[in-house]
Each structure stands twice: as structure tokens, then as C-alpha cells.
Design a protein around this ligand. Sequence first.
Ligand code: SAM
Length: 256
Amino acid sequence: MPRKLGQHFLNDQGALRRIAAALPLDENSHVVEIGPGRGALTAALLATGASVTAVELDPYLLSWLRENLPHERLELVAGDALTVDLAALSRPDRPSFLAGNLPYYITSPLVRRALEARAAFRQAVFLVQKEVAERIVARKGSRDYGYLSALCRLYAEPELLFSVKPGSFRPPPKVDSAVFRLLLRQDVPAQPETERFLEAAFRQPRKTLRNNLRGLFDDELVSAQPEAGLRAQQLDLEELTALHRRLREQSANALS
Ligand code: SAM
């Protein structure tokens, strides 16, 4: 059952080296890798001199790795990357990074977990379905721009690095893939209210902000804003957070 758990193994040394080289790794660095599989990316990461903690869900692959890739700088963790405490696997005394050729079915929740763990990691580099990578780096005006793009920009600086064709994997996936990097904003505190606002603003992407923000703020107050007739897709993160701030201030004033 090779496709179980999104198991498409990367079999392209050039792409593997480029993924590892996308992070500034040396002997002092530590990487938490998601889904090592048969260790192709793990080996490229270890070759930089960094230490690696790799989280793998499949017990068969874990025992395969224990047998075939024993390494003094590699620690294997049996578990689900969506539930393990990623920050606890970082090394507070050393620059720590996240990496992975992600199983596509967990991409969005895993990216959110990486953003949540930003205080513990400097950067993350992930290989994902190209369409999702394009959504993550998209900016206002693009068809791909949505909640995930805005959320990534709130807590990181996302960059699209390069594409990987299906033929580079065994077995090949049905779609193109791409590598992107997140420069994590380690000092930005969690902003749950802003997240809720962005989620509401993009909920129905074709509808106007007046429509999507109904329920979050008073209708009349939203309608009075110059952006009310626009769609969230037409505003960048700064414009959206400025609107949020104004709505909060004006609704607080209306109550006092
Ligand atoms: N890194 C390897 C490579 O590049 O060839 C394998 C990548 S493969 C796309 C995804 C890997 O993630 C598989 O080894 C799969 O078993 C593992 N995996 C799937 N779901 C997972 C989860 N929730 N937590 C951790 N690993 C998971």
C-alpha cells in the first residue's frame, strides 16, 4: 500500500540537496523533520552536519529506518506530526528548523502547527502539492490568495523556492509539487482575534467583506467602512489588520 499516508518518496538527489540547502544549516543546527519515510531527505539534512529529530507515523518505516539509517545525530520519534509537541523537539540552545516532504493530506494543519511553534524554530522548508504552495505565498489580487496566505504572512515571511515534477517521486503523485520556505516571525505573539477576523473575512471568498463580517461586528458599522463593498482577496494583510483595528476601536467607542 505505497500511497497510504501520502507516501511518495523523493528520489531526486538534486531536489533533496536543494531542500536541505534552503536552510542555513551547519554542525550547530538542529532540524525537526516531518515524515522521514525511507530517509532520503533525512540523509541530505544529516550531510549538512546538523542533528535531526524525525517524526514518523508508520511503524514499518520506523523499524526500516532504525535498521538502515542508524546515525549518531539522528533521533527517531514514533508519532503523528499533527499531535506531537513540535516545539518540545527543538533544541533551545541551538538554531532549530523544520523540514519535510509532507504527506499532502496533512499540509494545511501542519503548516498551521509550524506557525504556532514559531518561537522555537527560525525557518521551515516544506515540499508540498504545488497548488498549496502557491496558495501559501499568494498576495492580494491573486486567485490563490486566501485565509492560509494571510495567516502565513501574519506569522512568517513565505517564499516559493522551486517546483518538483511527479517523475521525481516513487510512486509519482498525480500533481506537481513545490518547495516553499517560511521565515518565521519568532517574536510575534499569538493573535487569536486577528486569526478569527481573517477566517471570517475570507470565509466565502466571492462575497464582500460586508457579507463575511456580518456576525463579527455590527452590520451598520461594517457598512460604514470604505472597504465594505470589497472582497477580502482585494486587500493585503496590512490593509485587513488596519480594517480590523478600526472596527474594534469604533465598536468599543460605540459601547462606551
Ligand atoms: N521524507 C520522505 C521522502 O522525501 O522520500 C518521505 C516523504 S512521504 C511524502 C511522507 C511521509 O510522512 C511518509 O513516510 C509517511 O509515512 C509519513 N507520514 C504520514 N502521515 C504522517 C503524520 N501524520 N505524522 C508523521 N509522519 C507522517
